[in-house]
Design a protein around this ligand. Structure first.
Ligand code: AMP
Length: 207
């Protein structure tokens, strides 16, 4: 269920190191919707040694994009689960024009569309700094210098342009991603509230 009784189909986009994973989970929890992170699904499959994990391991570890067919199928399956019927927060998908087209087609076939795209804006230097810090703290092996540069280049080349498509639809909330975790979270909630999306707790409080 979503707080305001309307659908809450969100996408969070930002360069690696923008904090989108952390912020995405907070938004999803507040709205009572599942957070669907393709990166997390791939990492879980890799560490679990599944067939999918074996297929994507070397690609993810190099910081390259997993082929669209694999990613798209995974997202379609996940969004078809009952808990995603009224809302979801996508993190890390779509990441290029092909995936955007596919998501549009899938949602259209269900009479749905994305309601809001949260764009976290973080300058490149800051993303790199945070990724290095995460490499030390979490030991993710796609957080090395060379792979970070590859992932940011892919973001700038393939992912940033799809924001233009969503901007033309008037659904992008541009959020300054520099600041403390709480400050950025507050900016996201304020921008969503401006668009008429209120979290579950707020709805309960004002009922
Ligand atoms: P993330 O945690 O979102 O940075 O994703 C980690 C890695 O998973 C990426 O560097 C890609 O290798 C892979 N990945 C995640 N989402 C996608 C996607 N939508 N399309 C292709 N590859 C993806």
């Amino acid at each position: 269920m979503t707080g305001s009784g309307v659908s809450a189909r969100f996408l969070i986009v930002g360069p690696q190191g923008s904090g989108k994973g952390t912020q995405g989970v907070l938004v999803a929890e507040a709205f009572g919707i599942p957070s669907v992170s393709t990166g997390d699904v791939f990492r879980a499959n890799i560490s679990g040694g599944t067939e999918l994990g074996q297929k994507v391991k070397s690609i993810v570890e190099a910081g390259d994009l997993v082929p669209d067919e694999l990613t798209t199928e995974l997202v379609r399956d996940r969004l078809s689960q009952p808990d995603a019927a009224l809302g979801f927060l996508l993190d890390g998908y779509p990441r290029n024009q092909g995936q955007l087209d596919d998501l549009d087609e899938f949602l259209r076939s269900r009479g749905e569309s994305l309601d809001a795209v949260i764009e976290l804006i973080v300058p490149r230097d800051e993303s790199v700094r945070r990724l290095h810090q995460r490499a030390v703290e979490q030991g993710r092996n796609d957080d090395t210098e060379e792979i970070i540069a590859n992932r940011l280049a892919i973001y700038e080349r393939e992912t940033a342009p799809i924001l233009g498509v969503y901007r033309d639809r008037g659904i992008v909330a541009e959020i300054d991603g520099v600041g403390s975790l709480d400050e950025v979270t507050a900016r996201i909630f304020a921008a969503l509230a401006d668009r008429g999306f209120k979290p579950v707790a707020d709805a309960a409080a004002s009922a």
